[in-house]
Design a protein around this ligand. Structure first.
Ligand SMILES: [Fe+2]
Ligand SMILES: [Fe+2]
Length: 421
């Protein structure tokens, strides 16, 4: 770190300390990359000297980073900055998310130097060899697409019976247990989940009635929705999307939404957030499976124009996957609040229940930032400033949530995705 006169500052340097004006108002926080615009701001406010980090210590001086070869750090930083290009790194919460994501990328690059800009959704060479598709609009009707998807397979009857029983105030826990016990796979999954890190119970639960008494009917809905959705769509693979990656992204988002919801004591029904996270991108599966040729062009278009995939969907089809997912969840008789969370996971400001939608939105952004699984989105979606204030986001909450996700993910993934036949 060193003092640098304004004349010697060059864009790309990183501020080592906060820059304040004479009234103590923050002009730029430590960690911010210096741009041409920022240099002009310094001149306007009469800042003559700033502390900058040595390029070697670009983001953080932590030991792990310093042990990483410089070329790996530079590549990790380049990729992470590119993916975060629409985010405001001046926001401490966003910067912390960026920092964790950058460190993860550096670790990946050390193990596999070929980890780069490309997801395996489309092969890198194909992406660059073929020209972007024609920018022709093709209007899509959400209901039509959902009906078409629903005709491709059947949701087992037991799903509807359980949802009906959960929604029936007259049905007892024993009635519900009776329905569940008719499905061996589902019964096994209920027991697996109750005994997993998801609940961290001390005792082993070995009967269905006991399990249901412990987890409650909402949690049952979580398992039923998850297992049903995964087994329904698992049978309809697509060349365009890696299904394991897609469900890893969805299950991680579900876990993150559930964990984040527990930060807000008034949100008691954390299972609802799990289901919303699990199904938030399901509309994209329907789009990919039903519009494959057009969707292939869309992937390329979004990457070559450097725009969000959900924005490219809206541009081409007149709507994005969130609307299709919301309509599917209504078809499956899930509660309206759930459909709303799915519909608003990219734009929580458009809905009445801002707080709930903001949690799912944030969970999706965190999982995208950390590249856990892959739903096709390449750039890290932007955190709306209102989400930051509404959820009182504190940068110190990210690392514990990330650690917890890493602890729970393998277990939950196995339960939801493993052997769902
Ligand atoms: Fe999405
Ligand atoms: Fe997502």
């Amino acid at each position: 770190m060193g003092n640098t006169g304004l004349k010697n500052i060059i864009p790309g340097m990183i501020l080592a300390r906060d820059i304040k004006d004479q009234q103590g108002r923050l002009l730029a926080p430590a960690g911010q990359e210096i741009s041409h615009k920022l240099i002009r701001v310094f001149k306007i406010w009469g800042v003559g000297e700033v502390h900058v980090k040595d390029p070697e210590d670009n983001i953080t001086e932590n030991a792990e980073e310093l042990a990483t070869p410089r070329h790996i750090r530079e590549k990790a930083e380049k990729i992470t900055r590119y993916r975060f290009q629409y985010n405001d790194l001046n926001t401490p919460f966003v910067f912390e998310l960026y920092r964790i994501s950058y460190l993860k990328k550096a670790r990946q690059l050390q193990t596999n130097p070929d980890t780069g800009y490309f997801y395996n959704t489309l092969e890198a060479d194909e992406m660059t060899r073929k020209k972007p598709g024609i920018h022709k609009k093709k209007r899509v009707n959400a209901e039509h697409l959902v009906n078409k998807a629903l005709r491709l397979g059947t949701i087992p009857d037991i799903y509807y019976k359980i949802i009906a029983a959960i929604n029936d105030s007259e049905a007892s826990l024993n009635d519900i247990a009776g329905i569940v016990s008719k499905d061996i796979t589902l019964s096994a999954k209920v027991l697996q989940l109750v005994n997993s890190s998801f609940y961290s119970l001390r005792q082993k639960v070995d009967t269905l009635t006991w399990a249901l008494a412990l987890i409650g009917t909402n949690q049952l809905m979580t398992i039923v929705s998850g297992v049903s959705a995964v087994s329904f769509f698992k049978k309809i693979p697509s060349k365009l999307i890696n299904m394991v990656g897609f469900w890893e992204h969805s299950i991680a988002c579900a876990t993150a939404a559930r964990l984040l919801s527990t930060y807000y004591p008034e949100r008691l029904d954390s299972e609802r957030f799990f289901v919303a996270g699990l199904l938030h991108d399901i509309g994209r599966l329907i789009m990919v499976q039903n519009l494959s040729a057009d969707y292939y062009d869309l992937f390329k278009q979004a990457r070559s124009e450097e725009i969000f995939l959900f924005a490219a969907e809206a541009k081409k089809f007149g709507l994005d996957h969130s609307e299709i997912g919301a309509q599917l969840s209504s078809h499956w008789n899930l509660p309206d609040s759930l459909s709303t969370m799915i519909r608003c996971h990219h734009f929580p400001k458009h809905a009445g229940a801002f707080h709930e939608n903001a949690i799912v939105n944030l969970a999706d952004i965190i999982i995208n930032a950390l590249e856990i699984g892959n739903s096709g989105e390449f750039f890290v979606p932007v955190i709306n400033p209102r989400v930051c204030s509404e959820l009182s986001l504190d940068k110190n909450m990210i690392q514990p949530v990330v650690n917890e996700i890493e602890d729970q993910l393998a277990d939950i993934f196995e339960i939801i995705y493993g052997s769902t036949e």
